[in-house]
Design a protein around this ligand. Structure first.
Ligand code: NAP
Length: 286
């Protein structure tokens, strides 16, 4: 194996320690701790686990919990009412609507009810516009986590050729923008890309966010490249990513494992966004 393993769990733990200090200082200076409202609709088991983990980690760094659980039969109007109430509550710094919503509910208009200053998932149309324009705002958590991992590992982003496999609103598209803003030369690949391996082999930084287990193999990777695996797949053998880890680790310069790579960073970025949101609401620049 040649690749250096980027330990996302350890990097996220260090980040949470620093955040806990920053949140303590913020709370002392402002007289109120940042507050996070997680809104869960229904009983989806995976969503329940994710929300529980977010709330636990938030509490551990000093963020006040404003969780709301609506039953699976809640109407769009009831969810909208909840978001609007939280939007007007000064104790709530950030609002997160856990996805997916139960079938039959359209998430996009509900997400857009979250004010940009409280949009800790960075998923509203307004937040996406701020990112596209390079203006200050809250950025989506998983793409921000990828940038943090590259920085923590000492991978040079400026001037690098980066290939992002995937163009979703949640991961691929915002990540391509963040990398461009850090002066990488970015190519976005997707399901219609011809000869994916030829495209990805040009990458100094290769991010796999396609949601296809084992899609990226050694033949997709330039020797010495940094390979970041965003994919998460539950298999009988445990969690797997979009990258064929064992094969790629023989070629890459850096690699993130699944689990223990990008995953832990996503929640750490949510916590950071909650502090940034609290600062914005006090009129501080972020
Ligand atoms: P998504 O909305 O399904 O988007 C997948 C993207 O990959 C699409 O743009 C699609 O292209 C592209 N794609 C699909 N098959 C491809 C192929 N064979 N070759 C090249 N591109 C291909 O998924 P997502 O929400 O972005 O999530 C992607 C993965 O990341 C999933 O495994 C998800 O579970 C994981 N994830 C992890 C975290 C974390 O915290 N680690 C957070 C979010 C998501 P088209 O646009 O052409 O359809």
């Amino acid at each position: 194996m040649t690749a250096q393993v980027i330990d996302g769990a350890a990097i996220a733990a260090r980040l949470r320690e620093r955040l806990a200090d920053d949140i303590r200082a913020f709370t002392e200076a402002s007289g109120a701790a940042p507050g996070l409202a997680t809104v869960l609709v229904g009983e989806d088991p995976a969503s329940q686990v994710y929300v529980a983990s977010k709330r636990k980690q938030a509490a551990a760094v000093g963020i006040v919990d404003h969780h709301v659980h609506l039953d699976g039969g809640a109407s769009a109007a009831e969810i909208a009412e909840t978001i609007e109430r939280l939007a007007g509550d000064p104790a709530v710094s950030g609002i997160l609507l856990q996805l997916p919503l139960p079938e039959g509910l359209d998430a996009a208009p509900l997400i857009d009810l979250i004010p940009a200053a409280k949009d800790v998932d960075g998923l509203t149309t307004l937040s996406a516009g701020l990112l596209a324009r390079g203006k200050p705002g809250l950025r989506p958590c998983t793409p921000s986590g990828v940038i943090e991992l590259l920085d923590a590992a000492g991978v040079e982003i400026s001037g690098a050729r980066a290939v992002v496999v995937g163009r979703s609103e949640l991961v691929g598209a915002p990540l391509a923008q963040l990398l461009t803003q850090r002066d990488a030369t970015v190519t976005v690949a997707h399901s219609r890309t011809r000869d994916l391996a030829a495209v990805t082999r040009a990458a100094d930084i290769l991010v796999a966010a396609a949601g296809r287990p084992g899609l990226i193999t050694a033949e997709h990777v330039q020797p010495g490249a940094a390979v970041i695996d965003v994919g998460i797949h539950r298999t009988p053998d445990g969690l797997r990513g979009d990258v064929d880890y064992d094969g790629v680790a023989e070629v890459a310069g850096w690699i993130t494992p699944v689990p223990g790579g990008v995953g832990p960073m996503t929640i750490a970025m949510l916590l950071r966004n909650t502090l940034l949101a609290a600062r914005m609401q006090r009129g501080e620049a972020i």
